[in-house]
Ligand binder design. Structure first.
Ligand SMILES: [Zn+2]
Length: 322
């Protein structure tokens, strides 16, 4: 697999570039000026297929909640965008990245789930005339968690970062899958069960063997099993994605990778955690003992320290109810 970096911030830049960057006033190095220090790394995956790779840090006023990946598929009929970003301004940041690829309008926006960066940028693209598609369950999840998400986002990106953000829901929903032919491009959207969030879907491009997984896959950083997650069906949603045998997996978070890396960083972790917590329960231990589980084989992943014990607690809670 060869990934072609389009971003001026990619590792191949000469030292003078970094020196200029360091000497610039910080106000220039912000989301409003992505040509200088882009938050989103534009990565060409195939002819007309791109990933916008966001940072794997937390949401902040600079990334505007776009600490995630997005997909850009350029067709004869316009651009199909996989996920619109977390805020109105975050959507504008994504649109600026798209403009560095093509002048074509954004025709279709897919929401791969219910987490903020999968849908709260809808309003911006809707105002440009885009049609929005999501699974029924993703929309239900977005509606149920709207207030919580806005409060949490506001705390992280700030009031200014949140300006203009309005909840706009999909124009069209589907239950399990939606098959689209946009121009000559076949695009499949599959909801294969509750994963990181209730309505997570993956977007499969059969001609390119590329999958945009939304939050079903995390690489390079530890995934989060939150109160909105269901780890058991997350494992089967991953299996449904992996059954396509993708050449390139664009995870919801982390760099585009092969299927093996996706399996290592997401699937094996979920299976390991499920088995380890079950063994703890079988030994008669309470939830206060989840810290005893040795998760260190996944210590190489970012966010390990903050999330590993919390993930085990959540899996414990879920297993108690199975
Ligand atoms: Zn996410």
């Amino acid at each position: 697999m060869q990934l072609i970096q389009n971003s001026p911030a990619s590792r191949i830049m000469p030292m003078w570039f970094w020196l200029i960057l360091i000497l610039l006033p910080t106000s220039v190095v912000c989301a409003g000026n992505p040509g200088v220090a882009p938050i989103l790394k534009v990565t060409r995956l195939a002819e007309n297929v791109y990933a916008l790779v966001g940072p794997i840090t937390n949401r902040d006023p600079e990334n505007l909640g776009n600490n995630a990946n997005f997909g850009v598929i350029v067709t004869e009929e316009g651009v199909v965008l996989v996920d619109p970003g977390a805020t109105y301004k975050g959507a504008l940041m994504i649109h600026e990245a798209i403009r560095s690829i093509t002048d074509k309008p954004v025709k279709l926006v897919i929401n791969t789930g219910g987490q903020d960066h999968r849908w709260l940028g809808n309003g911006y693209f809707k105002s440009l005339g885009a049609h929005i598609i999501a699974s029924e369950k993703a929309v239900a999840d977005q509606q149920a968690r709207l207030t919580d998400q806005l409060i949490r986002l506001g705390g992280l990106v700030g009031e200014i970062g949140l300006q203009g953000t309005q909840p706009v829901y999909a124009d069209e929903t589907f239950t399990d899958r939606k098959l689209l032919d946009v121009g000559h491009t076949r695009i499949e959207i599959h909801h294969a069960g509750h994963a990181h969030t209730l309505g997570d879907s993956f977007v499969w491009l059969p001609a390119n063997e590329i999958v945009f997984t939304g939050d079903i896959v995390y690489v390079d950083r530890l995934l989060g099993v939150g109160s909105q997650s269901a780890h058991r069906s997350w494992i089967s949603a991953f299996e449904a994605m992996a059954a396509r045998k993708p050449e390139i997996v664009v995870a919801g978070h982390g760099n585009p990778a092969g299927l093996e890396k996706a399996k290592q960083d997401t699937y094996r972790y979920l299976v390991f955690l499920r088995e380890a917590v079950q063994a703890l329960i079988d030994d008669g231990h309470g939830m206060e003992d989840v810290g005893r589980i040795d998760q260190s084989r996944f210590e190489y992943l970012d966010n390990y320290d903050t999330l590993s014990v919390r993930n085990a607690q959540r899996v414990y809670e879920e297993l108690e109810w199975e």
